[in-house]
Design a protein around this ligand. Structure first.
Ligand code: 5RP
Length: 249
């Protein structure tokens, strides 16, 4: 405890007033410090928590003279890499990634993730699938027992635009629940992903579901590009706590 307290003091964090942002930061810093090594190929996730991971990576590259090639999972991640003057790579030249650090919208007790709250699930899953390790960084609100207990916006599903309506009907017929076509602002047009697709947010029914089966079945529907269900992909998760410590799972 004393060790974490000293760490937060060093990071300029007052342990009495830990905010959600600070909880994200402590998780991100810890993951980068434990997993980024010299000469590694590093997958850069997307979202607000990853911003802190890239910040920490840039510090480590500068102070410890680490050589790291960064593979982005989104336009946002690419911009972060460029902004921090890190080395930008791509899967074409670096198809094997040592470690990817990414955020999540929810992590259940079996380490199944819901991802895609920021709409980047397709590239995130591709990069994760090319990584020896996927490490999740998150604040304490993402730590869950059962999917849907904490994240109330459902499972994001990336779809080819022309097929969004039939896909929506098919998923509801198969599994029930409710589906919303994601839009940035109410009554505005749909959100378009980095890959030119739409996102459906599936508010799945509150019953026990076999997520592996659900994932495979949804992926078989023509026009579905990817789901935000990450199953058997994540090796470790770091959850920043309100008290300033980090819980590892
Ligand atoms: C984007 C994602 C993000 O990693 C996820 O939404 C978590 O984001 P944040 O760190 O902002 O809470 O999957 O598609």
């Amino acid at each position: 405890l004393l060790h974490s307290y000293l760490n937060f003091r060093l990071l300029g964090i007052n342990t009495a007033t830990m905010s959600l942002e600070q909880a994200k930061q402590v998780a991100a810093y810890k993951a980068v410090d434990e997993f980024v090594t010299n000469d590694c190929v590093f997958g850069v996730g997307s979202g607000s928590t990853v911003v802190y991971a890239v910040q920490r990576l840039a510090e480590r590259v500068e102070t410890d003279k680490l050589k790291v090639i960064c593979i982005p999972t989104s336009f946002q991640a690419k911009q972060l890499i460029i902004k921090h003057k890190l080395t930008l790579g791509e899967l074409e030249t670096n198809p094997q990634i040592d470690v990817t650090i990414d955020g999540a919208d929810e992590v259940d007790s079996n380490m199944i993730l819901i991802k895609g709250g920021g709409g980047c699930l397709l590239q995130e899953k591709i990069v994760a699938s090319c990584s020896k390790k996927l490490i999740v960084i998150a604040d304490y609100t993402k730590d869950s027992v059962k999917l849907g207990d904490r994240y109330k916006k459902g499972i994001p599903i990336e779809v080819v635009p022309m097929a969004y309506n039939p896909i929506k009907n098919k998923i509801i017929t198969l599994f029930g629940g409710e589906i919303k076509l994601r839009s940035a602002v109410a009554k505005a047009g749909p959100v378009v992903t980095d890959n030119g697709n739409f996102i459906l947010d599936w508010l799945f029914p509150n019953q026990s579901l076999d997520w592996q089966k659900v994932n495979t079945t949804i992926k078989m529907i023509p026009g579905v590009v990817e789901t935000g269900l990450f199953i058997n992909m994540c090796q470790k998760a770091y959850f920043g706590q309100p008290e300033g410590n980090v819980i590892e799972r």
